[in-house]
Design a protein around this ligand. Sequence first.
Ligand code: ATP
Ligand code: MG
Length: 256
Amino acid sequence: MARIFCIANQKGGVGKTTTTVNLAAALARLHQKVLLVDLDPQGNATMGAGIQKADLDNSVYELLLGECDVAAAKQLSGSGGFDVLPSNRELAGAEVEMVDLERREHRLKEALRQIDGEYDFILIDCPPALSMLTINGLCAADGVIIPMQCEYYALEGLADLLNTIRLVHANMNRELRIIGLLRVMFDKRATLSQHVSAQLERHFGDKVFKTVIPRNVRLAEAPSYGIPGIAFDPLSKGAQAYIDFGNEMLSWLDRR
Ligand code: ATP
Ligand code: MG
């Protein structure tokens, strides 16, 4: 059975997509079979994996509405070595159109059942909102990875996110757990980064991943070429950090 992880944080621009795309590519390099699900109408993970979001015949939108199956929607990221269920802005309409559907929180979970067993990992890139799309992600997942920037406002939204995860766990998905907080875009020279990072470790203990992703311009440049950062410049500090993170995930799973 595939391990299904949501990469979630309702704050915008905190590194969810960068983490999803590069963790997918890192795990693929570590010989894992990976499916990335782009659950964000912005389609950033789709583009970052090298797939044109403008001309999709089938996407997560059709999948959630039951108009296609996984096989019809999935595409290969050649540059990343993983499969993708792509999205574009059509997906924003799904929020509204799902309202009348039965078990609307569980549409993604039920769709992914078609391919359980084909993958080692399924990574879901969530939009920056605690919306029905994100709830679908949380209902489909066994775990949540929360990317965080170590700055003052980072902690502010965290309580809402943790509360949503708690509610989904209590009412909709007993399998769901927090895998960990990932410190991203880290600037080790900044006192504030050090301070917030230490605070996270104090509060969340071993729920804070050991790997820290540095701020690295190569990770930011890669998406415009449609190539995951770890394939774009494998020797860059950012790429190396995501490989380390892939290894940390695998050894975390070994200990279960
Ligand atoms: P959204 O909430 O809009 O979906 P997000 O949480 O998915 O955003 P990203 O798109 O991954 O965040 O990152 C936001 C911006 O920061 C992007 O321009 C990305 O290239 C850049 N970025 C992400 N991680 C890093 C990093 N480690 N170093 C430098 N730039 C980064
Ligand atoms: Mg994103």
